[in-house]
Write a new protein. Structure first.
Length: 206
Protein backbone atom coordinates (compact mmCIF):
# COMPACT_ATOMS: atom_id res chain seq x y z
CA UNK A 1 0.00 0.00 0.00
CA UNK A 2 1.41 3.37 -1.09
CA UNK A 3 -0.10 6.83 -1.31
CA UNK A 4 -0.40 6.40 -5.07
CA UNK A 5 -2.30 3.14 -4.65
CA UNK A 6 -4.47 4.67 -1.95
CA UNK A 7 -5.64 7.25 -4.45
CA UNK A 8 -6.84 4.41 -6.70
CA UNK A 9 -9.16 2.84 -4.13
CA UNK A 10 -12.83 3.10 -4.94
CA UNK A 11 -15.26 4.99 -2.73
CA UNK A 12 -16.15 4.69 0.08
CA UNK A 13 -12.85 2.96 0.96
CA UNK A 14 -10.84 5.95 -0.21
CA UNK A 15 -12.19 8.14 2.58
CA UNK A 16 -13.27 5.59 5.19
CA UNK A 17 -11.92 6.38 8.67
CA UNK A 18 -13.55 3.54 10.56
CA UNK A 19 -10.26 2.13 11.85
CA UNK A 20 -8.09 5.21 11.66
CA UNK A 21 -9.96 7.34 14.23
CA UNK A 22 -12.01 6.71 17.32
CA UNK A 23 -15.77 7.33 16.91
CA UNK A 24 -15.73 10.79 18.50
CA UNK A 25 -12.90 12.16 16.34
CA UNK A 26 -14.30 10.42 13.28
CA UNK A 27 -17.63 12.22 13.57
CA UNK A 28 -15.87 15.58 13.74
CA UNK A 29 -14.18 15.20 10.34
CA UNK A 30 -16.20 16.86 7.55
CA UNK A 31 -16.90 14.52 4.62
CA UNK A 32 -14.90 16.72 2.25
CA UNK A 33 -11.78 16.30 4.40
CA UNK A 34 -11.89 12.57 5.04
CA UNK A 35 -9.81 11.53 2.04
CA UNK A 36 -7.05 13.92 3.11
CA UNK A 37 -7.16 12.58 6.68
CA UNK A 38 -6.91 9.02 5.37
CA UNK A 39 -3.92 9.98 3.24
CA UNK A 40 -2.23 11.61 6.22
CA UNK A 41 -2.85 8.46 8.27
CA UNK A 42 -1.30 6.17 5.66
CA UNK A 43 1.65 8.53 5.36
CA UNK A 44 2.19 8.42 9.13
CA UNK A 45 2.07 4.62 9.24
CA UNK A 46 4.49 4.31 6.32
CA UNK A 47 6.89 6.71 8.00
CA UNK A 48 6.74 5.23 11.51
CA UNK A 49 6.18 1.53 10.85
CA UNK A 50 6.58 0.78 7.14
CA UNK A 51 4.43 -1.03 4.61
CA UNK A 52 0.89 -1.43 5.93
CA UNK A 53 -1.03 -3.09 3.14
CA UNK A 54 -1.19 -5.16 -0.02
CA UNK A 55 -3.16 -4.47 -3.18
CA UNK A 56 -4.44 -6.78 -5.89
CA UNK A 57 -3.97 -5.29 -9.36
CA UNK A 58 -5.61 -6.60 -12.52
CA UNK A 59 -4.82 -4.89 -15.82
CA UNK A 60 -3.15 -2.02 -13.96
CA UNK A 61 -6.27 -1.44 -11.87
CA UNK A 62 -6.65 -2.00 -8.13
CA UNK A 63 -9.45 -4.53 -7.58
CA UNK A 64 -8.74 -5.41 -3.96
CA UNK A 65 -6.64 -4.57 -0.96
CA UNK A 66 -6.00 -5.23 2.70
CA UNK A 67 -4.45 -3.14 5.47
CA UNK A 68 -2.61 -4.33 8.57
CA UNK A 69 -1.04 -2.21 11.31
CA UNK A 70 -0.01 -2.33 14.96
CA UNK A 71 -3.13 -1.73 17.05
CA UNK A 72 -1.89 1.70 18.19
CA UNK A 73 -2.57 2.98 14.67
CA UNK A 74 -6.17 1.75 14.69
CA UNK A 75 -8.05 3.36 17.58
CA UNK A 76 -11.33 2.47 15.91
CA UNK A 77 -10.72 -1.14 16.94
CA UNK A 78 -11.27 -0.24 20.58
CA UNK A 79 -15.01 -0.09 19.99
CA UNK A 80 -15.24 -3.83 19.28
CA UNK A 81 -16.64 -5.93 22.13
CA UNK A 82 -13.75 -8.41 21.80
CA UNK A 83 -11.02 -5.75 21.97
CA UNK A 84 -8.20 -5.20 22.72
CA UNK A 85 -5.83 -6.81 20.24
CA UNK A 86 -3.09 -8.91 21.83
CA UNK A 87 0.18 -7.07 22.42
CA UNK A 88 2.18 -9.55 20.33
CA UNK A 89 -0.04 -9.25 17.26
CA UNK A 90 -0.52 -6.95 14.30
CA UNK A 91 -4.12 -6.06 13.45
CA UNK A 92 -5.61 -6.88 10.06
CA UNK A 93 -8.23 -4.19 9.62
CA UNK A 94 -9.94 -4.21 6.23
CA UNK A 95 -10.03 -6.74 3.40
CA UNK A 96 -11.89 -5.53 0.32
CA UNK A 97 -12.46 -6.95 -3.16
CA UNK A 98 -14.55 -5.78 -6.06
CA UNK A 99 -17.63 -8.03 -6.21
CA UNK A 100 -16.64 -9.38 -9.64
CA UNK A 101 -13.39 -10.77 -8.17
CA UNK A 102 -14.74 -12.20 -4.91
CA UNK A 103 -14.34 -15.95 -4.56
CA UNK A 104 -11.53 -16.20 -7.09
CA UNK A 105 -8.63 -16.58 -4.69
CA UNK A 106 -7.43 -12.97 -4.63
CA UNK A 107 -8.37 -12.60 -0.98
CA UNK A 108 -6.21 -15.56 -0.03
CA UNK A 109 -3.33 -14.16 -2.10
CA UNK A 110 -3.56 -10.84 -0.27
CA UNK A 111 -3.43 -12.59 3.11
CA UNK A 112 -0.46 -14.67 1.98
CA UNK A 113 1.31 -11.51 0.84
CA UNK A 114 0.72 -9.98 4.27
CA UNK A 115 2.07 -13.10 5.99
CA UNK A 116 5.20 -13.12 3.82
CA UNK A 117 5.85 -9.47 4.59
CA UNK A 118 5.51 -9.94 8.34
CA UNK A 119 7.60 -13.11 8.40
CA UNK A 120 10.43 -11.42 6.56
CA UNK A 121 10.27 -8.40 8.86
CA UNK A 122 10.52 -10.54 11.96
CA UNK A 123 9.41 -9.65 15.46
CA UNK A 124 5.70 -10.24 14.80
CA UNK A 125 4.19 -13.31 16.40
CA UNK A 126 0.68 -13.25 15.01
CA UNK A 127 -2.01 -11.39 13.10
CA UNK A 128 -5.40 -10.77 14.65
CA UNK A 129 -8.62 -9.54 13.08
CA UNK A 130 -12.15 -8.79 14.19
CA UNK A 131 -14.46 -11.01 12.21
CA UNK A 132 -17.85 -9.92 10.97
CA UNK A 133 -20.65 -12.46 11.43
CA UNK A 134 -23.94 -11.68 9.77
CA UNK A 135 -25.93 -11.68 6.55
CA UNK A 136 -24.25 -8.50 5.26
CA UNK A 137 -20.67 -9.60 5.82
CA UNK A 138 -18.55 -9.80 2.70
CA UNK A 139 -15.40 -8.61 0.95
CA UNK A 140 -17.17 -6.06 -1.24
CA UNK A 141 -17.13 -3.17 1.17
CA UNK A 142 -20.55 -3.71 2.80
CA UNK A 143 -18.87 -3.63 6.22
CA UNK A 144 -15.48 -2.55 7.47
CA UNK A 145 -14.52 -5.78 9.24
CA UNK A 146 -13.58 -8.89 7.27
CA UNK A 147 -16.07 -11.77 7.26
CA UNK A 148 -15.26 -14.29 9.99
CA UNK A 149 -15.93 -17.11 7.55
CA UNK A 150 -13.32 -15.75 5.13
CA UNK A 151 -10.75 -15.32 7.92
CA UNK A 152 -11.26 -18.90 9.06
CA UNK A 153 -10.87 -20.10 5.48
CA UNK A 154 -7.44 -18.45 5.10
CA UNK A 155 -5.90 -19.67 8.34
CA UNK A 156 -7.31 -17.65 11.25
CA UNK A 157 -8.72 -19.34 14.33
CA UNK A 158 -11.15 -17.93 16.89
CA UNK A 159 -9.21 -16.35 19.73
CA UNK A 160 -12.11 -14.75 21.56
CA UNK A 161 -15.60 -15.82 20.63
CA UNK A 162 -18.53 -13.46 20.10
CA UNK A 163 -21.85 -13.88 18.25
CA UNK A 164 -21.25 -10.98 15.84
CA UNK A 165 -17.66 -9.76 16.26
CA UNK A 166 -15.26 -12.56 17.23
CA UNK A 167 -11.55 -11.82 17.39
CA UNK A 168 -9.57 -14.28 15.30
CA UNK A 169 -5.84 -14.97 15.29
CA UNK A 170 -3.30 -16.45 12.90
CA UNK A 171 -0.01 -17.55 14.47
CA UNK A 172 2.91 -16.86 12.17
CA UNK A 173 5.49 -18.82 14.16
CA UNK A 174 3.40 -21.98 14.32
CA UNK A 175 2.33 -21.93 10.68
CA UNK A 176 5.54 -23.71 9.74
CA UNK A 177 4.48 -25.12 6.41
CA UNK A 178 2.98 -21.81 5.32
CA UNK A 179 6.00 -19.89 6.57
CA UNK A 180 8.49 -22.15 4.83
CA UNK A 181 6.50 -22.02 1.60
CA UNK A 182 6.31 -18.24 1.78
CA UNK A 183 10.02 -17.89 2.43
CA UNK A 184 10.79 -20.32 -0.36
CA UNK A 185 8.81 -18.22 -2.83
CA UNK A 186 10.20 -14.89 -1.66
CA UNK A 187 13.80 -15.86 -0.99
CA UNK A 188 14.19 -18.43 -3.72
CA UNK A 189 15.34 -15.87 -6.24
CA UNK A 190 17.85 -14.26 -3.90
CA UNK A 191 19.11 -17.18 -1.83
CA UNK A 192 22.79 -17.71 -2.54
CA UNK A 193 23.58 -20.83 -4.42
CA UNK A 194 25.42 -23.55 -2.62
CA UNK A 195 29.02 -23.72 -3.69
CA UNK A 196 29.74 -27.04 -5.26
CA UNK A 197 33.46 -27.43 -5.85
CA UNK A 198 34.46 -28.56 -9.29
CA UNK A 199 35.93 -32.04 -9.26
CA UNK A 200 39.69 -32.08 -9.48
CA UNK A 201 40.95 -33.10 -12.90
CA UNK A 202 41.89 -36.73 -13.07
CA UNK A 203 45.57 -37.41 -13.01
CA UNK A 204 47.02 -39.05 -16.01
CA UNK A 205 48.89 -42.23 -15.43
CA UNK A 206 51.80 -43.15 -17.62
Amino acid sequence: MTLDRLAELSAPCRSCLFWELDPVRRDRVPPAERAAVKEAWVSEVLREWGSCGRVAVVDDRVVGYLIYVPARFAPGAESFPTAPVSEDAVLLTTVWLEPAYAGGGLGRMLVQGMARDLILRGGVKAVEAFGDVGPLSGLNGSRCAAPAEFLAHVGFKTHRAHPTAPRLRMELSSAITWRDAALEKVLGVVRPRRHVPHPAPARRTH
